[in-house]
Design a protein around this ligand. Structure first.
Ligand code: GTP
Ligand code: MG
Length: 142
C-alpha cells in the first residue's frame, strides 16, 4: 500500500442493522474506490475504546464506545488516488444536518453519533487503522 493512495473505513452498527451496508458499498464503488481488504466483525468495548482513544476526554466518549460495540460493523481498506481527502468528501460532515446533499452521511446517518460511516482523517491514521483491523496477509493492494 502506498501512502496517500488508501484510506480505512468502518460502516457503523446502525447502518449495518438498518440494511444499508450494500447501498453504502455501492456508493463507495461508484465514487471510484477499490476494496483491497474487507471484513465484518464486532468490536469489543476495549477495541472500541482503543479505536476512538483520541476522543477519550470528550463528553460523548462513553456513548460512542457503547454505540460502536453495540453490533457488527464492516471494516474495509479502500484504494484510490487522494483516498483520504476524497473519501472524507464522499462521506460528508460529521453532523448529518450539516452534510452536503449526495454525501453518504446525508443519506444514511441518523444523528451525529450514529452517522453511518467512519473515514480516516489523515494518511498516518489510515495506516494505523488499517493495521488495527487487518494483518498484512488480508490486504490485497493492487
Ligand atoms: P469518524 O470518521 O467516525 O472519526 O468521524 P469524524 O472524523 O467525522 O468525527 P470525529 O472524529 O470528530 O468524531 C468521531 C465520532 O464520534 C463521530 O463520527 C461520531 O460518531 C461521534 N461524535 C462526534 N461528535 C459527537 C458529538 O458531539 N456527540 C456525539 N454523541 N457523538 C459525536
Ligand atoms: Mg474522526
Amino acid at each position: 500500500m502506498k501512502k496517500g493512495e488508501f484510506t480505512f473505513t468502518l460502516i457503523k452498527p446502525t447502518a449495518v442493522r438498518l440494511g444499508n451496508l450494500v447501498p453504502i458499498l455501492h456508493e463507495i464503488d461508484l465514487a471510484g474506490f477499490a476494496v483491497i481488504a474487507m471484513k465484518m466483525t464486532r468490536l469489543s468495548r476495549a477495541q472500541a475504546e482503543r479505536f476512538y482513544e483520541i476522543h477519550k476526554e470528550r463528553p460523548f466518549y462513553r456513548d460512542l464506545v457503547e454505540f460502536m460495540s453495540s453490533g457488527p460493523v464492516l471494516a474495509a481498506v479502500l484504494q484510490k488516488e487522494n483516498a483520504v481527502n476524497d473519501f472524507r468528501k464522499l462521506i460528508g460532515n460529521t453532523n448529518p444536518s450539516q452534510a452536503e446533499d449526495g454525501t453518504i452521511r446525508k443519506k444514511f446517518a441518523r444523528s451525529v453519533q450514529e452517522n453511518a460511516i467512519h473515514g480516516s482523517d489523515s494518511d498516518d491514521n489510515a495506516l494505523i487503522e488499517a493495521n488495527f483491523f487487518f494483518s498484512q496477509f488480508e490486504i490485497f493492494s493492487h
